[in-house]
Design a protein around this ligand. Structure first.
Ligand code: SF4
Ligand code: SF4
Length: 500
């Protein structure tokens, strides 16, 4: 390590008239940005250590603290802004890859914000969801192209389906990348709301097996924690091929995060690095993927839907078509704004494509090929509110995964330093003292409340369009109009411009 010339990102301001030197901030900041100076007899701060997580600001009893952007400006330059200059300073000091957490903070277009929903006027009157039933129930899995009814019942047995009360699931985040209390919060919230949470690639902690009916268990390239009981404990199995925040690369959970519980759950030695290879070493073709899909179906007695999760990349529609033909029941597509616990910054900010375009391309392609019913589509990677969900369903999604939104509900303040393991909110950490900061009962309630609130809003938006069942909106792009985007973007999204 040589001299780091990069400037601090944040400035801690302490109002000396209010500060009572109670040391709450000293105890709350895992980054050690606050210390008590014995000689001076007061608390002092080191701006260079602050990641702007708001923990000390929120908990200071006298509201003496604030954090703002560091005011030091580089001379303004169209090419060389502070981000690029500081990145070079850091890399010149360390010789290492720049790491980050969460989804990209770059200013790429967000197509959700360029899509507007329809509403009923005069004809086809709107529906009041407070007075009339409104159906959000969603089934994920392979559907037949036609159903035969005999004596009022389905004549044939449907392939296995996941039954969701709401079209919202919690996306894959592994135990290791997030804490056990975060996992408990999501599992309990999923159970309360009649939906699903996803283990991510780190296995399922023994305490969470009772939530199996609401759990999707993941099988990733590292195969951490994968065994027969694990596969049979969940309601569905998801093969993770890719992730929106880091398409094309694997994962690395540093040994210091692999404590006893993570090691037992992942079935790896305590303190060893958990490295997920970039590829699955047994998958080099669609035929190989098919073998894994059918091995997992076999291992779970053909009773569970098999999902395949991929990152949204350039030729995502062709890839999805191959996955559907390989026998997957669900395809989960993660857009490039999706979050993660740790990723190289350049990968996060420059690889992949927006989920809105990926979803539209995949749905269109599967329809053109006549195989749309063979798979359900679940999308994730920057679903920020209920309207994003309604728009996603109108483009063609069956359901959505929420990750970052769920963590924000638990208290995440988007500091993007999850990879350090020092999450001051007890979410992206394995430090027992930090983990305790997240009470799983309160976390579960908050995550469930978010899903509940969004479900109410989805019903409102559906009712406004005169639609009383989500199924009637699915793939109904006539309910969308675009604003402020190009002809080409409209063409890919398959929507008309506002005014048409
Ligand atoms: S990192 Fe968080 S707790 Fe620490 S000083 Fe900054 S805002 Fe406060
Ligand atoms: S999970 Fe924690 S470390 Fe990660 S962005 Fe949120 S507050 Fe920061």
């Amino acid at each position: 390590m040589t001299l780091d010339l990069s400037t601090p990102e944040f400035l801690i301001e302490r109002n000396r008239d209010r500060c009572i030197d109670c040391k709450v901030c000293v105890n709350q900041c895992a980054n050690e940005a606050h210390t008590y100076d014995e000689e001076e007899g007061k608390v002092v701060s080191d701006d260079t250590k602050c990641v702007n997580c708001h923990r000390c600001v929120a908990l200071c009893p006298t509201k003496a603290l604030s954090v703002r952007k560091y005011p030091l400006e580089f001379r303004s330059h169209g090419t060389w802004n502070a981000h690029y200059i500081n990145s070079i300073y850091k890399q010149a000091a360390t010789g290492g890859i720049l790491l980050t957490g969460m989804g990209t903070d770059k200013n790429y277009p967000i197509y959700w914000d360029h899509l507007l929903l329809n509403a009923s006027q005069v004809t086809n009157p709107s529906i009041d969801p407070l007075r009339e039933p409104m159906e959000l129930k969603t089934f994920l899995g392979r559907k037949p192209d036609a159903v035969k009814i005999e004596n009022g019942r389905l004549a044939e047995k449907l392939p296995p389906q996941l039954e969701l009360e709401v079209p919202i699931m919690f996306s894959a985040m592994s135990f290791g990348s997030i804490s056990l209390n975060a996992h408990k919060s999501l599992a309990r919230a999923a159970q309360e709301m009649g939906t699903f949470w996803n283990t991510g690639e780190g296995g399922l902690h023994r305490d969470l097996f009772p939530y199996g009916k609401n759990t999707i268990v993941q099988v990733a390239s590292g195969r951490f924690g994968v065994h027969t009981d694990y596969l049979n404990s969940g309601a569905a199995i998801e093969i993770k091929i890719g992730q929106g925040a880091k398409p094309g690369i694997g994962g690395h959970l540093p040994g210091e995060k692999v404590g006893r519980e993570v090691s037992l759950t992942r079935m790896i030695p305590q303190g060893s690095d958990a490295i997920s290879p970039a590829p699955h070493h047994d998958i080099y073709s669609i035929e190989d993927l098919r073998q894994l899909i059918y091995s997992l179906k076999e291992a779970s007695n053909y009773e569970k839907p098999i999902s395949v999760k991929i990152a949204a990349v350039h030729n995502v529609a062709a890839i999805a078509s191959g996955i559907a033909r390989a026998g997957a029941d669900i395809i989960a597509i993660d857009g490039f704004r999706g979050g993660t616990g740790a990723t190289p910054l350049r990968t996060r900010d420059t690889v992949g494509i927006p989920i809105e375009l990926a979803l539209a391309a995949v749905d269109s392609r599967l329809r053109e090929e006549g195989i749309r019913n063979q798979v359900s589509l679940v999308i994730g990677g920057s679903v920020r509110n209920s309207a994003d969900i309604v728009k996603a369903i109108a483009i063609g999604a069956d359901a959505v995964y929420i990750g970052t939104s769920a963590l924000i509900a638990l208290g995440c303040h988007m500091c993007q330093r999850c990879y350090t393991g020092k999450c001051n909110w007890g979410i992206a950490t394995q430090n027992p003292n930090l983990v305790k900061r997240l009470n799983p009962d309160i976390g579960a309630q908050r995550a469930a409340n978010l899903v509940k609130a969004w479900s109410h809003e989805i019903k409102e938006l559906l009712g406004g369009m005169g639609i009383n069942a989500l199924e009637s909106l699915r793939g109904n792009r006539l309910m969308l109009r675009g604003v402020g985007i190009s002809e080409k973007e409209l063409e890919i999204l398959g929507v008309m411009h506002a005014g048409e």
